[in-house]
Design a protein around this ligand. Structure first.
Ligand code: ATP
Length: 370
């Protein structure tokens, strides 16, 4: 019997209302071509929800999300939400915590036809596996509400939380992912020379987990060294396992290596649930101009389909994900400047880029190899 997958789309703020609908159109088109039965619908969050429902993360949105197979979350411009919001302080961390999405998987790879501004050859292909539920983030560490506090009016103390439980499940995620990849290497990134206890625990747990994966080579790197090496030798990395804040920062560096934030997808995954969400934020500088690159959202959606496939083994999920990825590869690899958005030196806006992608998925534009 054919199963129908329920997938929700939450635009969020800034460029979200441009790039998330683009990803929805792409999934509609690819699903219909492959014959994947999917029910796609929009849910309010962020400023739009505040305007219509008086809060940024309405309980109805949470209830409906719980009944979905997965969802795509656009960027949230949380710094602009008022303190009067009943959901204050709202953040995407709150959503990650609500659904226990402990693993943030962020792949970075070279695209045919997109020259890296920092690096030429050989191709880049690594994944940052970032712990998603604790560390320096007061919205997600264990002492919720006490993650940051003022002992006196001139001092702020920020607490950093690292637990064995969270470190173990993220280490397992990283090693399991490395098992499926060619280079078979996990690099654990830390600052255990300074954060002796917290990052000492994180790296110890990675060493322990490595014993269950004799095929995988484990190496260790300080985060500052990693920031350097990622620019000098990005091709040597495979799976980079790290804590929340380091993963956040290294991700933007990694995005710059492959052509920018418009090309950096990500998936937030738990044991039973997953949320697609690109690495970039709300980009207020280009919002409402119709020029944002939707590729990161579209590729994040493909990651969600691959995650659902790993759970269900429904081949139509895999085929739909592949159709989307091939269309993006073909489009970015084309010589035609109309096949790129302006951030990549092209001439297309969000809408035109998406329309061309839909034609590719429908087989009406052949992909010209670079
Ligand atoms: P926020 O406050 O929500 O984090 P931000 O502008 O500080 O927003 P990002 O949204 O991550 O951070 O964007 C950083 C820069 O990268 C932006 O100035 C924008 O020009 C560029 N950028 C981000 N996403 C895209 C995209 N999808 N397409 C094109 N450019 C993008």
């Amino acid at each position: 019997m054919t199963r129908t997958y329920k997938i929700a789309f939450l635009n969020g703020d800034g460029i979200g209302s441009e790039v998330v609908p683009s990803a929805k159109r792409v999934l509609e088109s690819a699903a219909s071509k492959i014959g994947l039965s999917a029910e796609l619908f929009e849910l309010p969050i962020g400023k739009e929800a505040l305007k219509n429902f008086g809060r940024t993360f309405p309980p109805l949105t949470v209830d409906i999300l719980r009944q979905c197979d997965g969802f795509l979350l656009g960027p949230l411009q949380v710094g602009s939400y008022p303190k009067s919001d009943p959901d204050y302080p709202m953040s995407s961390g709150k959503i990650r915590k609500t659904f226990d999405l402990f693993a943030n998987i962020r792949p970075f790879k070279s695209f045919r036809g997109i020259a890296s501004p920092l690096y030429s050859n050989p191709p880049i292909d690594f994944v940052i596996v970032r712990e998603n539920t604790e560390d320096f983030y007061p919205d997600r560490n264990l002492f919720k509400g006490y993650g940051e506090f003022w002992p006196d009016r001139d001092t702020v103390v920020s607490l950093r939380v690292i637990t064995r439980r969270a470190s173990t499940r993220i280490a397992k995620t990283a090693f399991d992912l490395a098992e499926q990849r060619l280079k078979k290497r996990v690099t654990v990134v830390h600052k255990s020379n300074v954060l002796i206890e917290g990052d000492g625990l994180f790296t110890d747990v990675a060493r322990l987990e490595s014993r269950n994966h004799p095929e995988i080579c484990l190496e260790e790197s300080l985060v500052d060294t990693m920031a350097l090496k990622l620019i000098q030798q990005p091709e040597r990395y495979d799976v980079i396992l790290t804590t929340n804040l380091f993963g956040d920062i290294l991700s933007d560096e990694a995005a710059a290596l492959v052509g920018g934030l418009g090309l950096a997808p990500s998936l937030n995954a738990g044991d039973d649930f997953a949320m697609a969400q690109s690495v970039h934020g709300s980009a207020p500088d280009i919002a409402n101009k119709g020029i944002a690159n939707p590729s990161a959202e579209i590729l994040s959606l493909a990651m969600l389909l691959d995650w659902l496939y790993a759970k269900s083994k429904d081949p139509k999920l895999k085929e739909t994900a592949n159709a989307i990825k091939m269309a993006i590869d073909g489009q970015l690899g084309s010589h035609d400047s109309a096949d790129r958005t302006v951030d990549l030196g092209g001439t297309s806006g969000t809408m035109e880029f998406t329309n061309r992608l839909l034609k590719r998925i429908a087989g009406r534009i052949p992909s010209i190899p670079v």
